[in-house]
Ligand binder design. Structure first.
Ligand SMILES: [Zn+2]
Length: 291
């Protein structure tokens, strides 16, 4: 039982706010820690404890048991490294307006993600809000409990079509390399023609060269990446069906892996979050499987 479920249970039994809502978790924590109920008076200002004249409501033994349960839970929470547990969306959120990565920052008790592009209209968004959108998206995978034939068949197809995909990707990437080479040539020409300044030239050139190197790397690793992808699909499909649970109880790294394997992009547009499910996982969505 958690403080939240306790609050709900007690609400059913009539211990609630005037507004008919459950007492807050803080209130319940305060009640459970309050020595008044075992017949002790605690003066906060002087930090003095003394026996009260009132009759205890619960025994000291029960009270102590409750304290030890509560503190063991507190320890669990505290023993998590706060730095690794927070910023769960570090480097995973893209700005819908400028397409840059949002960066996380802590403000008081909350974590916010912000776009650092100057003049970008993007507003900051709270981590809790992003989590809420993620949970809704993950729930879609849960609706259909299907570790079933359809999925297995689909996986088999995926393995079979693996060679075709490599061929197709190879031609796409080679084509991309060709395009970058042409762009570099054109860029050099425009520098010679004095059409652009040196700084602009260098910036554009750097971008193109980075793109070139990355494209070439992908081309070289096509086969291993494809194999790794297949392995990743299989393991991720298993977890997709338990996505909500993993996202609630998994370790920090496990949660991030889950997000990265299921979603191609997580785009933030002001207070809204758009989660683009990777094509290979769309088969798991109920409405896709009806066809
Ligand atoms: Zn932006």
């Amino acid at each position: 039982m958690t403080l939240k479920t306790l609050a709900l249970k007690m609400q059913d039994r009539g211990i609630k706010r005037k507004s008919n809502t459950p007492l807050s978790r803080n209130t319940w924590a305060g009640i459970l820690h309050n020595v008044f109920y075992i017949g002790i008076i605690h003066l906060k200002r002087s930090q003095e404890y003394f026996p009260g004249l009132h009759k205890p409501l619960v025994s000291k033994a029960l009270f102590d048991q409750v304290q030890s349960v509560m503190s063991s839970r507190m320890c669990k929470v505290k023993s998590k490294d706060p730095l690794t547990e927070t910023f769960i969306f570090r480097k995973l959120l893209k700005c819908a307006f400028c397409h840059r990565t949002l960066s996380g920052e802590r403000q008081k008790h909350h974590i916010y993600y912000r776009c650092h592009t100057r003049s970008c209209p993007q507003k900051t968004i709270r981590e809790e809000r992003v989590r809420a959108f993620v949970r809704v998206a993950l729930k879609k995978f849960e609706l259909d409990p299907c570790g079933d034939e359809g999925i297995q068949e689909w996986l088999a197809d995926l393995r079979l079509s693996s060679k075709e995909r490599i061929v197709q990707n190879r031609s796409e990437l080679s084509h991309r390399l060709e395009e970058i080479r042409t762009a570099l040539q054109r860029l050099t020409d425009s520098l010679i023609d004095d059409a652009i300044g040196n700084v602009l030239f260098m910036n554009r050139k750097n971008d193109l060269v980075t793109d070139y190197v990355e494209t070439q790397r992908r081309l070289e690793n096509l086969e291993t990446d494809e194999q790794q992808d297949l392995i990743n699909y299989e393991s991720a499909i298993n977890t997709a069906q338990n996505a909500v649970l993993t996202f609630s109880y998994g370790t920090y790294n496990r949660k991030r892996e889950l997000l990265q394997s299921l979603f191609e992009r997580i785009t933030v547009s002001h207070k809204r979050v758009l989660l683009t499910i990777r094509e290979r996982f769309q088969i798991l969505l109920p409405h896709k499987r009806e066809h």
